[in-house]
Design a protein around this ligand. Structure first.
Ligand SMILES: Nc1nc2c(ncn2[C@@H]2O[C@H](COP(=O)(O)OP(=O)(O)OP(=O)(O)O)[C@@H](O)[C@H]2O)c(=O)[nH]1
Length: 385
């Protein structure tokens, strides 16, 4: 509840990323800033002519503990939105505890410590206020409260012990800090959103570079990566098989229904493949033109069985595309990765491609197993049919 009112839950899709980045930066800056407070109190006691061992140890020790508590906070990259918000609340609680303690220390030094300790406290209050306005500008309200808590006690004491005019100048200085905070906040938010836009665009380009633009399924690049991953798993003791499927007489579909209907046919074929090859580890890709590839975490017999189920379902149920219905068949090459026989993914691919070629030569609409050392499909030679 406290978290909700302090840091509202993100409402935009990239909101969690923005919060996570804010958390990282808040923590990084808070960690660094925390150690200036014990340094400042230590210096305040050092410059006094009298020795204050116990107060010096107690006050400097307290600020050191608060600084160490900031160091103990951790950011988890996988944290959910509410955990990130809780972490932000913790950091700000520590920052405010530190600045309130500083305000109390500076007031105490005015009342109890001889010169120049109060002067040191005033100078550090100004420095802390400006540092907060510049570097802890991620949240306006808590930062404004933190600035007020380091500036106001000194202002009141300047009024009481020095001169009202000096205190007014001090308040003008504090107001200027608030303006700096507002400007820094706007700049920070703009930068954060720009960086999120850039991240979104990078993710989109990355996704687009792996998707086939026509069908939306994986493209050849994604297929190559999936095949490499499947082969790596197979080398560690798993199984990996490859199917290459080529639509039979696709040119006739283009010639009979038009090129855009041909495109729709490719999209419909991609959907059919996705519907059937939907088990964990299956990757369906368009390799180019009317050729598709399927990577399976399965031995050859299983891959061949599933290829046949697909092929038979396809020949028995006409494919619907762009207001047309037509029986479309595919020829399929099928092979399993054998680390003893295949030096790499290309070696497996060539064998499966040769099996596809044989299935075309043997009359199409069939599945052929890959054979060891089979010759690759000759480029530019179309089997008769
Ligand atoms: N509509 C459409 N057609 C394509 C696309 N890519 C390739 N083609 C066409 O696919 C046809 C492939 O023809 P061929 O290589 O002769 O093969 P085929 O007609 O399927 O015959 P076989 O493979 O021998 O059974 C050509 O007419 C290409 O123009 C595409 O993205 N969209």
């Amino acid at each position: 509840m406290a978290t909700d009112s302090f840091i509202p839950a993100p409402t935009t899709p990239g909101g969690r990323n923005l919060l996570l980045q804010e958390l990282r930066e808040t923590l990084e800056r808070a960690r660094l800033g925390g150690f200036f407070y014990p340094m400042a109190t230590g210096l305040g006691f050092l410059v006094t002519s009298r020795v204050y061992v116990v107060p010096a140890l107690a006050v400097t020790g307290l600020f050191t503990l608060l600084a160490l508590a900031r160091l103990a906070l951790r950011v988890s990259a996988n944290a959910g939105g509410s955990e990130i918000r809780r972490q932000l609340l913790r950091i700000w609680s520590l920052i405010l505890l530190t600045t309130f303690s500083w305000g109390a220390f500076s007031a105490w030094s005015f009342l109890e410590l001889p010169e120049p300790a109060p002067l040191v406290a005033v100078l550090f209050s100004g420095a802390f206020g400006m540092a907060l306005a510049h570097s802890m500008c991620m949240r306006r309200i808590p930062c404004a409260v933190a600035i007020a808590s380091v500036m106001l006690p000194s202002g009141l004491l300047l009024w009481r012990f020095v001169a009202p005019g000096v205190a007014i100048m001090w308040l003008v200085y504090a107001s200027y800090m608030m303006l700096v905070l507002l400007r820094s906040y706007r700049e920070y938010r703009t930068r954060l959103e720009l960086e999120e836009d850039l991240r979104r665009q990078r993710d989109l380009f990355e996704k687009q570079s792996l998707d086939d633009s026509l069908t939306g399924i994986a493209n050849r690049r994604a297929f190559t990566e999936a095949l490499s991953r499947a082969l790596a798993r197979a080398r560690r003791g798993g199984k990996a098989s490859l199917l290459i499927l080529d639509i039979d007489h696709f040119k006739r579909i283009n010639d009979s229904f038009g090129h855009s209907a041909g495109d729709a046919c490719l999209v419909a074929m991609a959907r059919r493949l996705q519907d059937l090859f939907d088990q964990p580890g299956d990757v369906v890709a368009r390799l180019g033109g009317e050729e598709f590839g399927v990577v399976l975490d399965a031995p050859e017999d299983v891959a061949l069985g599933r290829a046949e189920v697909f092929r038979k379902a396809l020949e028995s149920e006409a494919l619907a595309f762009a207001d047309n219905r037509s029986v479309v068949t595919v020829s399929i090459g099928c092979g399993e990765f054998d680390p003893a026989r295949h030096a790499d993914a290309d070696a497996l691919y060539l064998e499966v491609d040769a099996a596809l070629y044989r299935s075309k030569l043997s009359g199409r609409n069939r599945t052929e197993r890959a054979q060891s050392g089979a010759a690759p499909m000759p480029a530019g030679i179309a089997p008769a049919g």
